[in-house]
Design a protein around this ligand. Structure first.
Ligand code: SF4
Length: 360
């Protein structure tokens, strides 16, 4: 018998209109890196994130100016906004008042119990969830001393302590994240948490690095957990534009069959036979189709020796030839392209295909 994935067994919470947990599709999150009080820049970045498929945006609220900006940011955001709060519970209260769709806090650094109580009461009243974000780098001293290192067990203990603070106040709309920059520790911590509790899990490998190493480490770490059935939301943390975090996150989900739709670009790795600018054309198509949700596959292959096979398998494909590339659609060769603007030509045909499918 196949075991029910942990994802189906987690409790369901809502972040705005996005369901999280209880078997809902895994949601992709990212975090803005604009100065939050710069409303125009922050709203524009959230719009760009939404455009490439971000489901939920997290926004840091480090000071009063950021809290002042929140109502307008939230009103203008097309996707739910999570307010990231540290230390000052009054900023959390202001974020709730501003209409934040969830709070991310670390109850351990909010301080006195009455402050946690006030935050919980506000979130309860507003019916918004709280994400408890445990980071291996900032565990409580007593837990760290007992475990010696930020181990998986230590991280889970910290999350349990924080969750208990909320549960004691009858607050149960809790999401938990356990993040470390160490992939095995993160995976072990989440497995342990899921074996003990039904809190929806937000997955991430923290401080994963720049684009390539960060994407690889996140893909391995998140891939292991997602394939295990863990994880209800994800964030790929990269020292790169947050739009890249969303692209990588979506690709991770798509590669595991956890997200469907959108344009899949198959591109050959190029070699001495390559006749066209494969990386340039493939990137251009990816960039200009990021907001398309219709499932379509486009193959960009560099030559007519090995290219036609793959191009035939795609909905639309091109196999590069010197001055005359071969175009395929629906498994058949349908003509030759002599244009210098192969990306533009493919994009036009892709749009026609999507329009046709829309009518079906
Ligand atoms: Fe080389 Fe052609 Fe294969 Fe691309 S499809 S890697 S150009 S042989």
């Amino acid at each position: 018998m196949t075991e029910t994935p942990a994802r189906s067994r987690t409790r369901r919470v809502m972040i705005g209109r996005v369901p999280v947990g209880g078997g809902a599709p895994v949601a992709v999150q990212s975090m803005t890196n604009t100065v939050t009080s710069d409303i125009e820049a922050t709203v524009a970045q959230i719009a760009r994130l939404a455009h490439v498929g971000c489901d939920i945006a997290r926004v840091a609220v480090p000071d009063g100016a950021a809290a002042d900006a929140l109502p307008e940011i939230i009103a203008r955001s097309g996707i739910p906004v999570v307010a990231d709060i540290h230390f000052d519970h009054r900023l959390g209260l202001r974020a709730v008042e501003a209409g934040a769709h969830a709070l991310r806090i670390n109850p351990g650094n909010i301080g006195a119990e009455e402050r946690v109580r006030a935050l919980v009461a506000a979130c309860s009243e507003a019916s918004i969830p709280i994400r408890i974000g445990v980071n291996a780098g900032s565990l409580e001293r007593d837990i760290l001393e007992r475990h010696g290192h930020p181990t998986a067990e230590a991280m889970v203990e910290s999350a349990e302590r924080h969750a208990a603070l909320l549960e004691e106040r009858d607050f149960s709309d809790i999401i938990v994240s356990l993040k470390s920059s160490d992939v095995p520790t993160t995976v072990d911590a989440n497995r342990l948490m899921a074996s003990r509790h039904d809190y929806p899990l937000h997955l991430g490998i923290t401080e994963a690095g720049t684009l390539v190493p960060g994407a690889v480490r996140s893909s391995v770490g998140l891939g292991l957990m997602l394939a295990d059935g863990l994880g209800d939301t994800i964030r790929v943390s990269l020292a790169a534009p947050p739009e890249d975090e969303v692209r990588v996150g979506r690709e991770i989900l798509r590669s595991l069959g956890l997200r469907h739709g959108g344009v899949t670009v198959v591109a050959c790795p190029t070699c001495g036979r390559t006749e066209i600018d494969v990386p340039g054309i493939a990137s251009e198509i990816e960039r200009r189709t990021a907001d398309i949700r219709t499932p379509v596959t486009v193959a960009v292959m560099g030559c007519v020796v090995n290219g036609p096979g793959e191009a035939r398998e795609a909905d639309l494909g091109v196999a590069g030839g010197r001055g005359r590339s071969v175009l395929f659609a629906g498994g058949r060769e349908i003509g030759r392209l002599t244009s210098d603007d192969l990306a533009g030509e493919l994009l036009r045909r892709l749009q026609d295909l999507i329009d046709e499918r829309g009518k079906e």
